[in-house]
Design a protein around this ligand. Structure first.
Ligand code: SIN
Length: 327
């Protein structure tokens, strides 16, 4: 049988990190080539044709909107090549959830696009990178991975790019998708899908045409007694603000007053929650004039990604509200 051809786009992260031999701490992310990680996967090049692009070599905290745009364009160009069957992106785990959602909204292909990474550097005893990369390559080769939106693979588990969140900053099994579950599992190279997202992605996304820049959106974290001045400061140089509210997206009366005044002047607000489980719906008490858009199941950092893209097309609150329901 003809070998599948997979493009690996390396961006850095712990999977390409190195430090003291055997140790899991005090290492530098994004310092070695993913070629070295590939070399530790037995026979992989005999089974799959691999083309490797070292696009960035950075800690994922250096991935910003400019790098998102470069990465999305790069993936779209690779996906346009007929002989490429799928794409794997190696990425730091810290901001993988934001990049995966951005790509889920901006990549225009049915072909599998799978993000993966590692919690332990390549030089650690029992590094997790080679196994995650191996499974990500197998997932990208798999026929059932087509048209599922951008995927992420970590520790035998298949996640959707929309919903994956980093939930543990210490353990190998560092990701989850709230109570929405995962899309499926892998055992070695075997792929088992169980569910799929009903939200719009990739080829049906209204954001999948070439974008030159995205809009500036900030996140304001609410805490007991938080001064509303932060909202006025942020509104001076951001078109949108995502509130990471308490409970179900809540805040004080002083914040409500600031939101009302700033909305009047054109700032677009999204209400999300600092709580990592649950959902934010519209609320008559905290938003009596329906000025805010509810983030639904999106975390503040994911809601920010969607608002940055939505604002490239519209400032109409009702249209953005609809986008938040659909995506
Ligand atoms: C990073 O996000 O680049 C560093 C942390 C990691 O990859 O686990």
């Amino acid at each position: 049988m003809k070998k599948k051809k997979i493009a690996i786009v390396a961006t850095g992260g712990t999977i390409a990190g190195s430090g003291a031999a055997g140790k899991t701490t005090n290492y530098e992310a994004g310092t070695i080539s993913v070629d070295e990680v590939l070399a530790s996967i037995p026979d992989i090049r005999d089974r799959v044709e691999i083309v490797l692009d070292n696009l960035f070599s950075v800690d994922s905290n250096e991935i910003d909107d400019q790098r998102w745009l470069i990465l999305a364009e790069h993936i779209n160009k690779l996906a346009d090549q007929q002989d490429i069957d799928g794409i794997v992106v190696t990425h730091g785990t810290d901001t993988m959830e934001e990049t995966s959602y951005f790509l889920n909204l901006t990549v225009n292909t049915l072909k599998p696009v799978v993000l993966t990474g590692a919690m332990r550097p390549a030089t650690a005893t029992s590094a997790d990178g080679p196994f995650n990369l191996y499974q990500a390559i197998c997932l990208a080769c798999h026929g059932e991975s087509y048209n599922r939106g951008v995927l992420a693979l970590f520790s035998n588990t298949i996640y959707s790019g929309r919903d994956i969140e980093k939930v543990n900053n210490f353990k190998i099994d560092a990701f989850d998708q709230r109570s929405l579950g995962c899309l499926g599992y892998m055992q070695d190279q075997e792929v088992y899908f169980y569910t799929q997202t009903s939200k719009i992605h990739t080829i049906k996304s209204r954001f999948n045409k070439r974008i030159d820049s995205i809009k500036s959106v900030a996140i304001a974290f609410y805490y007991s007694g938080a001064d509303a001045k932060i909202l006025y400061d942020l509104a001076s140089d951001h078109e949108g603000i995502v509130i990471a509210g308490s409970g179900s997206g809540n805040y004080s009366q002083a914040w409500l007053k600031a939101i009302e005044e700033l909305s009047e002047k054109g700032t677009i607000f999204v209400r999300s929650s600092r709580i990592s489980q649950g959902i934010v719906f519209d609320d008559e008490i905290f938003d009596p004039h329906h000025l805010c858009i509810s983030s639904n199941t999106l975390s503040p950092q994911k809601a920010r990604v969607l608002l940055m893209l939505a604002l490239t097309q519209t400032h109409d609150r009702d249209e953005i509200r609809e986008i938040f329901l659909q995506y």
